[in-house]
Design a protein around this ligand. Structure first.
Ligand SMILES: Cc1cc2nc3c(=O)[nH]c(=O)nc-3n(C[C@H](O)[C@H](O)[C@H](O)COP(=O)(O)OP(=O)(O)OC[C@H]3O[C@@H](n4cnc5c(N)ncnc54)[C@H](O)[C@@H]3O)c2cc1C
Ligand code: FES
Length: 340
């Protein structure tokens, strides 16, 4: 049974893909260029919750907050964790909304640390040289394997633009006891790392709609990729960035963002500090990013919104924008859920 190959069929589209032994349903789909809804790939965010209309699966590691026993009994599964025990029929009703850009098949490859720079008390900028270049959409992320820990991966958004395919930039927040970020001092130039990707469905969608970009902390990383690539391609589109931090030193990339604001006629950069220090001499907005968006976004209905950072912030901002009229399908959010 363990090494048997099964088949999955999506309903109502009728699209089929093969379920390889031992692999999660989501990984099998992505390898075969079938895009399903997902986020963290770690059983944490519930984005990949689908109803199994028929068939049996091993549910994998799931928390009761993301998938309750009742839901399992009804046939719901997190496809980033579930492995098939038989052929599966999966209900996939919102298929048409996602098929916007070509799916880039994720792949494992080797990278070498090219540079590591401390940006403030907790954030580092890491440049990785890739042996095999990587294609990705602005806003996607990769997984990095923890050095010395086989098969333990952590998600990091790509901050560099997609036209830089053989050197990518990440922003890493050091967490106390963090399996990966706790080793940040060891990520010296020359160190080899395994990476996997690209992943993520919250990349910049094409179109003319004005765009809201909202981030706190390291959540700025995927938004930098979006802004850097839009600037280099002279995209003629409205972008408004609301970026929250505690103090001036937490506002990473502020100088570059000011330069981009001067270069991009339809880009506005609106930083806000929740706890500025006296020495910051801050004359800009104060308070949380949610409060700034509450004050400044009067009608959210014309916008696409990209929201990245702590899950509580992503949830609060999403609720706010929904109340201000944005349709749910135009919110693209990467909640930075912990892996461990
Ligand atoms: C799609 C996606 C994109 C992401 N992009 C980035 C990024 O660009 N930069 C970045 O720094 N992080 C990013 N993250 C978050 C990052 O992957 C996790 O924080 C990860 O757990 C860090 O790994 P670690 O080994 O350093 O810490 P772990 O060993 O995973 O965790 C160590 C301790 O810190 C706690 N912890 C972990 N993450 C958080 C958190 N976010 N807030 C508070 N406590 C936490 C854990 O519960 C644990 O107690 C992203 C997450 C997702 C899902
Ligand atoms: S729970 Fe499966 S992608 Fe987040």
């Amino acid at each position: 049974m363990a090494d048997k190959i099964f088949k999955a069929r999506l309903e109502p589209s009728g699209r089929e893909f093969t379920l390889e032994p031992g692999a999660t349903v989501l990984d099998c789909a992505l390898r075969q260029r079938i895009l399903l809804r997902y986020g963290c790939r770690n059983g944490r965010c519930s984005s990949c919750k689908y109803l199994l209309i028929d068939g049996e699966a091993d549910f994998g590691k799931t928390s009761p907050y993301c998938l309750s026993d009742n839901e399992k009994d009804e046939g719901w599964a997190l496809l980033c964790q579930a492995r098939a025990r038989s052929d599966l029929v999966i209900r996939d009703q919102d298929f048409s909304r996602r098929d916007d850009a070509p799916l880039i098949v994720p792949k494992e490859r080797l990278a070498r640390v090219a540079a590591s720079e401390r940006l403030n008390a907790s954030l580092w900028r890491i440049e990785l040289d890739l042996r095999d270049s990587i294609s990705f959409h602005a806003g996607q992320y990769i997984e990095v394997e923890i050095p010395g820990k086989k098969n333990q991966w952590r998600c990091y958004s790509i901050a560099s633009p997609p036209d830089r395919q053989s050197q990518i930039e990440l922003v890493v927040k050091r967490l106390p006891g963090g399996g990966f970020s706790g080793q940040i001092d060891r990520l010296l130039p020359g160190l080899e790392l395994a990476i996997n990707g690209p992943y993520g469905i919250n990349y910049l969608r094409a179109g003319n709609r004005p765009v809201l970009l909202i981030a706190t902390g390291s959540g700025i990383a995927p938004l930098m990729s979006i802004l850097r690539s839009s600037a280099s391609k002279s995209v003629d589109r409205e972008f408004h960035l609301y970026y929250g931090a505690r103090t001036r030193s937490d506002l990473i990339f502020a100088d570059e963002l000011q330069r981009l604001e001067a270069q991009m006629p339809r880009f506005t950069f609106r930083p806000t500090l929740s706890a500025p220090l006296a020495g910051d001499e801050w004359r800009g907005a104060q308070g949380r990013v949610t409060q700034l968006a509450q004050r400044e976004v009067i009608d959210a209905s014309p916008y696409d919104a990209y929201i990245c950072g702590r899950p509580e912030m992503c949830e609060a901002v999403s609720m706010l924008l929904l109340a201000k009229g944005i349709p749910e399908e135009r919110i693209f959010r990467d909640d930075f859920f912990p892996a461990a």
